[in-house]
Design a binder for this molecule. Structure first.
Ligand SMILES: C[S@@+](CC[C@H](N)C(=O)[O-])C[C@H]1O[C@@H](n2cnc3c(N)ncnc32)[C@H](O)[C@@H]1O
Length: 218
């Protein structure tokens, strides 16, 4: 097989990006929601956000197909687990997780404007597609959010830099319960990988999945 040249690689990355955007637009149109967007928090509601605005990335939704690829690696039953999207944006991942049999699905979002859009999306999305009945969006800084009880799936789509991620990762590492960390576009993965409590469970082109080793048998 011919090795892809730099230009071919760029073309195929661009092709995948365009296909991902189309799939995102289709996802929105089929459900009457708005999640496909690129938004910089500084252009939206900077005055309503606290000091962690400086550490936040922009809003962009997880490509629909990537979510399925990553979530397939969760090593425990979903029905007594809570799924938490730290940096939920307009709620694409919350909607996708709600279609799985989680006990609870929570989106935590820093921006009040994005929170309002996510809540509207959850109200508008067809209920019959939901397999989880307890779906909510909390407007909060992920750094200050307390995890609910029970097994957890913590999802991150590159929401913030290492300054915010490091204490959250340490808090996850200190949990004494099954916890899977799903990290899409893991720009700060070194922050997770220095913590011996985490074991790399799977690696996909779009992201990585870790579990807490003390609960490996759970
Ligand atoms: C790349 S988007 C991901 C959106 C969504 N999770 C998804 O995958 O479709 C990152 C989101 O994280 C939010 N965010 C950044 N810092 C945050 C923080 N400290 N607490 C909560 N949300 C934060 C941003 O406002 C943005 O909506």
């Amino acid at each position: 097989m011919k090795k892809p040249t730099g230009r071919n690689r760029r073309r195929s990355t661009l092709g995948a990006h365009v296909a991902g955007r189309r799939a995102g637009q289709r996802f929105d149109a089929e459900r009457g929601v708005v999640t496909e967007a690129l938004v910089f928090l500084g252009d939206l509601d900077p005055e309503a956000i606290g000091e962690n605005l400086a550490h936040a990335t922009h809003y962009e939704a997880t490509p629909v197909r990537d979510f399925g690829r990553l979530i397939a690696h969760v090593p425990f039953a979903l029905n007594d687990a809570t799924f938490i999207d730290l940096g939920a944006g307009m709620g694409r991942v919350v909607l996708l997780a709600a279609m799985r049999p989680f006990r609870q699905v929570v989106g935590v979002e820093l921006s009040p404007a994005l929170t309002a859009i996510a809540r509207r999306n959850i109200r508008c999305a067809p209920r019959d597609a939901f397999r989880c009945r307890d779906v909510r969006i909390v407007c909060a800084d992920a750094a200050k959010y307390s995890f609910p009880r029970g097994p957890l799936v913590v999802y991150l789509y590159n929401p913030f830099d290492a300054a915010v991620l490091a204490p959250i990762a340490a808090r996850c590492a200190a949990q004494r319960r099954p916890l899977t960390l799903v990290y899409h576009t893991p720009v700060q993965r070194a922050v997770i990988e220095v913590l011996p409590a985490f074991e790399l469970l799977a690696e996909e082109p779009c992201g990585v999945v870790y579990r807490l080793v003390q609960h490996a048998q759970a």
